[in-house]
Design a protein around this ligand. Sequence first.
Ligand SMILES: [Zn+2]
Length: 128
Amino acid sequence: MDAPSEPVFPCSVCGRKFIKSSLEKHVSACKKLASLHRKPFDSGKQRANGSDITYADVKKAQKEKTKNGGVFPRPQTNWRERHGNFIDAVSSSKRVDYALKTGAPLPPPPRTAVPSGKLLKSFMRREK
Ligand SMILES: [Zn+2]
Protein backbone atom coordinates (compact mmCIF):
# COMPACT_ATOMS: atom_id res chain seq x y z
CA MET A 1 0.00 0.00 0.00
CA ASP A 2 1.18 3.52 -0.72
CA ALA A 3 2.01 5.70 2.22
CA PRO A 4 -0.83 8.17 2.60
CA SER A 5 1.63 11.00 3.09
CA GLU A 6 3.14 10.63 -0.37
CA PRO A 7 1.82 13.18 -2.87
CA VAL A 8 0.06 11.77 -5.93
CA PHE A 9 -0.05 13.16 -9.44
CA PRO A 10 -2.69 12.52 -12.06
CA CYS A 11 -1.70 10.59 -15.16
CA SER A 12 -1.95 12.92 -18.14
CA VAL A 13 -3.49 10.12 -20.22
CA CYS A 14 -6.08 8.43 -18.02
CA GLY A 15 -6.25 10.79 -15.06
CA ARG A 16 -5.61 8.12 -12.47
CA LYS A 17 -3.43 9.32 -9.63
CA PHE A 18 -0.05 7.86 -8.81
CA ILE A 19 2.83 8.64 -6.51
CA LYS A 20 5.70 10.25 -8.37
CA SER A 21 7.85 7.13 -8.37
CA SER A 22 5.17 5.07 -10.16
CA LEU A 23 3.73 7.84 -12.28
CA GLU A 24 6.51 7.93 -14.88
CA LYS A 25 6.40 4.19 -15.33
CA HIS A 26 2.64 4.28 -15.54
CA VAL A 27 2.42 7.15 -18.04
CA SER A 28 4.71 5.48 -20.55
CA ALA A 29 2.73 2.24 -20.24
CA CYS A 30 -0.55 4.11 -20.25
CA LYS A 31 0.33 6.04 -23.42
CA LYS A 32 1.21 2.81 -25.18
CA LEU A 33 -2.08 1.29 -24.09
CA ALA A 34 -4.02 4.38 -25.13
CA SER A 35 -2.45 4.41 -28.59
CA LEU A 36 -3.52 0.79 -29.02
CA HIS A 37 -7.04 1.54 -27.87
CA ARG A 38 -7.37 4.64 -29.99
CA LYS A 39 -7.76 2.52 -33.12
CA PRO A 40 -11.50 2.13 -33.62
CA PHE A 41 -12.57 -1.39 -32.92
CA ASP A 42 -13.42 -3.00 -36.21
CA SER A 43 -16.26 -5.34 -35.43
CA GLY A 44 -16.55 -6.25 -39.08
CA LYS A 45 -13.11 -7.76 -39.10
CA GLN A 46 -14.01 -9.97 -36.20
CA ARG A 47 -17.40 -10.85 -37.58
CA ALA A 48 -15.89 -11.93 -40.88
CA ASN A 49 -13.63 -14.45 -39.18
CA GLY A 50 -14.82 -18.02 -39.37
CA SER A 51 -17.73 -17.35 -41.65
CA ASP A 52 -18.18 -17.58 -45.40
CA ILE A 53 -18.63 -13.83 -45.57
CA THR A 54 -15.38 -12.21 -46.62
CA TYR A 55 -13.97 -9.16 -44.97
CA ALA A 56 -14.48 -7.30 -48.25
CA ASP A 57 -18.19 -8.19 -48.14
CA VAL A 58 -18.48 -6.75 -44.67
CA LYS A 59 -16.63 -3.59 -45.71
CA LYS A 60 -18.92 -3.22 -48.71
CA ALA A 61 -21.98 -3.63 -46.53
CA GLN A 62 -20.63 -1.07 -44.09
CA LYS A 63 -20.08 1.37 -46.98
CA GLU A 64 -23.62 0.76 -48.20
CA LYS A 65 -24.88 1.30 -44.69
CA THR A 66 -23.13 4.66 -44.50
CA LYS A 67 -24.57 5.62 -47.88
CA ASN A 68 -28.02 4.70 -46.67
CA GLY A 69 -27.70 6.95 -43.66
CA GLY A 70 -26.80 4.22 -41.21
CA VAL A 71 -29.34 1.72 -42.41
CA PHE A 72 -28.30 -1.59 -43.90
CA PRO A 73 -29.63 -2.08 -47.42
CA ARG A 74 -32.29 -4.69 -47.92
CA PRO A 75 -30.61 -8.00 -48.55
CA GLN A 76 -30.88 -8.87 -52.20
CA THR A 77 -31.71 -12.51 -51.76
CA ASN A 78 -34.66 -14.42 -53.04
CA TRP A 79 -34.80 -16.45 -49.86
CA ARG A 80 -38.58 -16.20 -49.79
CA GLU A 81 -38.82 -17.69 -53.24
CA ARG A 82 -36.21 -20.30 -52.46
CA HIS A 83 -37.99 -21.11 -49.25
CA GLY A 84 -41.21 -21.58 -51.21
CA ASN A 85 -39.45 -23.92 -53.61
CA PHE A 86 -38.04 -25.86 -50.71
CA ILE A 87 -41.48 -26.22 -49.14
CA ASP A 88 -42.81 -27.34 -52.52
CA ALA A 89 -40.08 -29.94 -52.81
CA VAL A 90 -40.72 -31.24 -49.33
CA SER A 91 -44.47 -31.46 -49.69
CA SER A 92 -44.07 -32.95 -53.16
CA SER A 93 -41.72 -35.61 -51.81
CA LYS A 94 -44.33 -36.45 -49.24
CA ARG A 95 -46.92 -36.80 -51.97
CA VAL A 96 -44.57 -39.02 -54.00
CA ASP A 97 -43.99 -41.14 -50.93
CA TYR A 98 -47.73 -41.42 -50.43
CA ALA A 99 -48.28 -42.25 -54.10
CA LEU A 100 -45.64 -45.00 -54.01
CA LYS A 101 -47.15 -46.55 -50.91
CA THR A 102 -50.78 -46.37 -52.00
CA GLY A 103 -50.43 -46.69 -55.77
CA ALA A 104 -52.08 -43.32 -56.22
CA PRO A 105 -51.07 -41.30 -59.30
CA LEU A 106 -47.75 -39.52 -58.91
CA PRO A 107 -47.95 -35.80 -58.33
CA PRO A 108 -46.33 -33.40 -60.79
CA PRO A 109 -42.60 -32.94 -60.16
CA PRO A 110 -41.65 -30.14 -57.82
CA ARG A 111 -40.74 -26.81 -59.38
CA THR A 112 -37.14 -27.07 -58.22
CA ALA A 113 -36.68 -30.40 -60.00
CA VAL A 114 -38.04 -29.27 -63.35
CA PRO A 115 -34.92 -27.60 -64.80
CA SER A 116 -32.70 -30.57 -64.06
CA GLY A 117 -33.74 -34.11 -64.96
CA LYS A 118 -30.80 -35.46 -62.99
CA LEU A 119 -32.01 -33.82 -59.86
CA LEU A 120 -35.45 -35.34 -60.28
CA LYS A 121 -34.01 -38.81 -60.84
CA SER A 122 -31.85 -38.73 -57.74
CA PHE A 123 -34.82 -37.28 -55.96
CA MET A 124 -37.00 -40.20 -57.04
CA ARG A 125 -34.34 -42.81 -56.32
CA ARG A 126 -34.07 -41.61 -52.77
CA GLU A 127 -37.78 -42.14 -52.32
CA LYS A 128 -37.62 -45.91 -53.01
ZN1 LIG B 1 -2.76 6.49 -17.11
